[in-house]
Design a binder for this molecule. Structure first.
Ligand code: ATP
Ligand code: MG
Length: 697
């Protein structure tokens, strides 16, 4: 087992600002107007690459120059990474005072505020956060507690229950309406849904558990229902700025409204053509209704794209012109040079991979750094073949999005131990870890949890539970481990890493028993331990993992740290807001993009189209879209099938592309006249030995 990693603290860093900032020279007229807009509501609605994010950065700089204290500015973005980048850019403009600006995601900010003000509105000070999987597990507990699991008629699964619940909370659409719309066959269970949701809500409250939706919900309620606290929370900030506003939902709009109750200094920027989170309840109504919601709001539109060459814009303009509803206009660019984007037909996945890697190397030889190139795809698993090839050819890459590290069962197992230490009422984690222990089954686990609840979850309540004989040994071991971890808490720097090491002294053996493929799982846990070393305490570590799960391989510290020239592989969703010199969009195959499961409704197809638009508008100078003709698709249970180009690249759109076909290398001719020689290797013998026992050492 690895020892605790050393903590290396960052050095003080100073950045010389380039004061004074020449706003008029660095922004166009409309951007300039927006950045220096006086107080009051402001909406910037404009297409991809028109400088919305840039304008927001300059607006932050402008506010600071105007004398607004940085800590009274709140900048809300979609990922923590983008908040950090924007603030780093602001720092280059106005210096390090900008570090005082609060920047982050809605969920991260909610968490920070609830830790501080939660106790004033009745939240437990030690609440822990449930991620999506945990919430579904808790939903399952509620469902079982109400006896709804054993109905003869099929009652919806925990995932369905959770989806309906989350949709209801985020959109305010009544449960009955969601059922009629999405799950007509479950309409008869509407009352049961309500009972499960009531139990789920009560259970979360009793146990000090908050799920993602609760973070937003409590933030909103704190602002709407408790005037004294609302004044304090809203009183923290004088200016609020929001990037990617098209991807916010009704609840987030309510939060913003509440945060601006004492002033109306809100700036939001967005693009309806890039709305890609409707499936999670986001609504572009937020953009459309903004002027009505904030009376007298100034609206700024931008039409010049500074990112892409005109030939690339011609293609993306055409692509999005097919969208059914659209408010933003076609974009133009002064960057008229450059060639048409490529539409590449490959014979199969292999050839597609080969093309992408070859072309990347070619562009690299033309002095485009790897970090200025990205390969995008619809879903995380679509890059598997490419990753193998990149590794084989020693091309460093960083993969964004689609990382399943924290969802891995063994990682969740280890975290369950830490979580019951942090919050002894965490029922979901108790079940998880009890069921891991040899000799403890469903019934014992349920009895143990019940007896702890009866004893008000006191620290010694698990020790006071009397297990059946079969479970005695496991119970004793667990009691000792938890007591040991509890009594030795406090103090040292990498406390959390130490705790993980202690848990693993017991858990690694369980892992070896329960799972196949042990080694990669053990190295995941090494990784978890290393990450933990960077956190000051367990509570911070657990919240950070739940709220800002590692979103790229480099976040996880898998190699590549010394490499600063690294190719990016990303899902289309995670590429939002970014740009690269060269962009490859692979798997432009119908059923892959749009994804097959989105083909159910027109709304979903429209969302897929906007997602493809997001992907293609990331490119500055080079864009290549590729699709393999033969897809070996195990999910369809078929063998090879001839597949079709994505429906979004219809004939009209294709005219903006140049077609590229890949040359197939011919096999080296075999000389039929070659004389037979004595074999150098006897393949028959190799095959025969394949299943023979290994030779004795
Ligand atoms: P998206 O919709 O994809 O988020 P966006 O509207 O936020 O795009 P930005 O990322 O801010 O656009 O800008 C796109 C690119 O254009 C960036 O490289 C930015 O620096 C550049 N840019 C924007 N405005 C100007 C300008 N006035 N002068 C020079 N470069 C600009
Ligand atoms: Mg942007």
């Amino acid at each position: 087992m690895s020892s605790d990693p050393r903590l290396y603290p960052p050095r003080e860093r100073t950045v010389e600002p380039k004061r004074p900032v020449d706003f008029a020279a660095e922004l166009n007229e409309a951007q300039h107007k927006a950045a220096t807009h006086p107080d009051g509501p402001l909406l910037i609605v404009a297409g991809a690459g028109t400088g919305k994010t840039r304008t927001l950065v300059y607006r932050v700089a402008h506010l600071i120059e105007r004398g607004v204290p940085p800590q009274r500015i709140l900048l809300l973005t979609f990922t923590r990474r983008s908040a950090q980048e924007m603030l780093a850019r602001a720092e280059r403009l106005v210096g390090q005072t900008s570090r005082g600006v609060h920047g982050g995601t809605f969920h991260g900010t909610a968490h920070r505020l609830l830790r501080r003000f939660g106790p004033e509105v009745g939240l437990a000070a030690d609440f822990t956060i449930l991620d999506q999987g945990d919430s579904e597990d808790l939903m399952q507990i509620s469902r079982a507690a109400l006896g709804l699991g054993d109905k003869t008629k099929r009652f919806p699964k925990k995932e369905t229950l959770h989806h309906v619940y989350s949709r209801h909370v985020n959109t305010d659409i009544p449960v009955g309406a969601i059922l009629r719309d999405e799950y007509p066959r479950f309409v008869e269970f509407e009352d049961d849904f309500a009972r499960v949701f009531a139990d789920f809500t009560a259970r979360k409250q009793d146990r000090g558990l908050l799920d993602y939706d609760d973070l937003l919900l409590y933030w909103a309620l704190m602002l709407e229902a408790v005037p004294a606290v609302a004044d304090k929370v809203a009183g923290l900030y004088d200016h609020i700025l929001v990037d990617e506003y098209q991807d916010t939902n009704v609840l987030q709009a309510r939060i913003l409204k509440g945060m601006c109750r004492m002033h109306r200094n809100i700036t939001v920027v967005g693009d309806d053509a890039q709305s890609i989170y409707a499936f999670r309840g986001a609504t572009i109504r937020n953009i459309l209704d903004f002027p009505r919601e904030y009376h007298g709001a100034k609206t700024v539109t931008l039409e010049e794209n500074y990112r892409s060459t005109q030939p690339i814009l011609d293609a993306t303009n055409l692509l999005i012109s097919r969208a059914e509803e659209r408010f933003s206009k076609d974009l133009y660019s002064k960057r008229t040079g450059g060639e048409k984007p490529w539409l590449v037909t490959a014979q199969d996945e292999n050839q597609q991979t080969r093309f992408v890697v070859d072309r990347i190397l070619e562009l690299h030889e033309e002095d485009i750094p790897l970090r200025e190139m990205a390969v995008l795809f619809r879903a995380g698993y679509m890059s598997a073949d490419l990753e193998i090839e990149l590794t084989a050819r020693n091309i460093p890459f960083d993969k964004w999005g689609g990382i399943k590290f924290l969802e891995a069962a063994h990682v969740k197992d280890v975290l369950a131990f830490l979580r019951v230490l942090e919050n002894p009422r965490d029922e979901v984690s108790w079940y998880r870890l009890l069921l891991l222990m040899p000799g403890i089954g469903e019934v014992t686990a349920r009895n143990a949890v019940q007896s702890m609840a009866d004893l008000a979850w006191s620290h010694d309540s698990f020790g006071r539970f009397t297990p059946p004989p079969r479970a005695k040994e496991a119970h004793g071991a667990l009691v000792r481990l938890l007591a040991d971890l509890r009594t030795r808490s406090g103090g040292d720097e990498s406390r959390v890493a130490y705790e993980i090491a202690r848990v693993r002294a017991m858990y690694d053996d369980i892992l070896r028993e329960r799972y196949d493929r042990v080694d990669p799982r053990l190295s995941d846990l090494d990784q978890l331990q290393t990450i933990a070393g960077g956190y000051p305490d367990r509570a911070t570590f657990l919240s950070a993992l739940a709220l800002e799960p590692p979103s790229s391989t480099s976040d996880l510290g898998f190699g590549g740290e010394s490499e600063d020239d690294t190719l990016v592989l990303s899902t289309a969703h995670s590429a939002k807001g970014r740009e690269w010199d060269a962009v490859f969009l692979i798997w432009a195959v119908d059923g892959w993009f749009p994804m097959a499961r989105a083909l159910g409704s027109d709304d979903e197809i429209e969302e897929e189209r906007r997602l493809m638009y997001v992907a293609m508008t990331r490119a500055r100078n080079h864009l290549a879209v590729s699709y393999p003709l033969n897809v070996y698709d195990t999910r369809r249970g078929a063998d090879y099938s001839m597949d079709q180009l994505s429906r979004f690249l219809d004939r009209g759109v294709r005219r903006a592309f140049q077609r590229v076909t890949l040359e197939t290398p011919t096999d080296a001719a075999i000389d039929p006249e070659a004389p037979a020689k004595a074999p150098e290797v006897d393949l028959k013998a190799l095959l025969k030995n394949r299943f023979a026992p290994p030779p004795a050492p």
